[in-house]
Design a protein around this ligand. Structure first.
Ligand SMILES: [Zn+2]
Length: 178
């Protein structure tokens, strides 16, 4: 079967690849300037990093869980596409369908809404029960590198992905006009 015709796999791999490449590029670039080693990279070294710090193992864990999170982000996109849920979202493809001022306003509106969801989700993650079972993994990166960007427990990655879903049905949004 043609991959592009697969209604679940194609949007899953699309987001996985797009976010994955962005993640690798940005994390690798940041790695050049900031590293959690006693001597640091080109930038300011992290304070109090023990000499025995095992950067390879540390980054390995951050990478594995980040890739897992990216796969979950992709699968949420796959479900949205394959179930047809996106058709009921407020995404509009033609810039002229809403006034230009709304386009400008929609960006801070999304930032505020997303940050509010994220704030409360993160607070919930710091309750004793959730911290011990889910969120502790994220805070194992006590000397984080940029590779920790998506280093979450799979349950937390799912919550992170799901907090963006209501926004699709609350805020009309479109692409950059072209
Ligand atoms: Zn936290």
């Amino acid at each position: 079967m043609n991959l592009q015709q697969n209604p679940f796999l194609y949007p899953t791999l699309y987001v996985f690849t797009l976010y994955g490449l962005r993640y690798l590029a940005m994390a690798s670039l940041t790695w050049l300037f900031a590293r959690p080693t006693p001597r640091g990279g080109w930038g300011r070294p992290h304070a109090h990093v023990p000499a025995a710090f095992n950067a390879r193992r540390h980054i390995g864990r951050e990478l594995v869980f980040s890739v897992l999170s990216l796969a979950i982000f992709g699968m949420v996109n796959g479900v949205l596409w394959s179930t047809g849920a996106l058709k009921h979202s407020l995404i509009y493809l033609h810039f002229a369908d809403h006034p230009a001022w709304w386009f400008v306003l929609s960006i801070p509106a999304m930032v505020v809404l997303h940050d509010s969801f994220f704030y409360w989700a993160h607070r919930a993650m710091h309750t004793r029960w959730l911290y011990a079972r889910v969120h502790r993994l994220h805070h194992q990166s006590v000397h984080p590198t940029a590779f920790a960007a998506y280093s979450f427990h799979p349950w937390e990655a799912l919550v992170e992905a799901l907090i963006t879903v209501p926004m699709l049905f609350i805020i009309p949004r479109t692409r950059w006009p072209s």
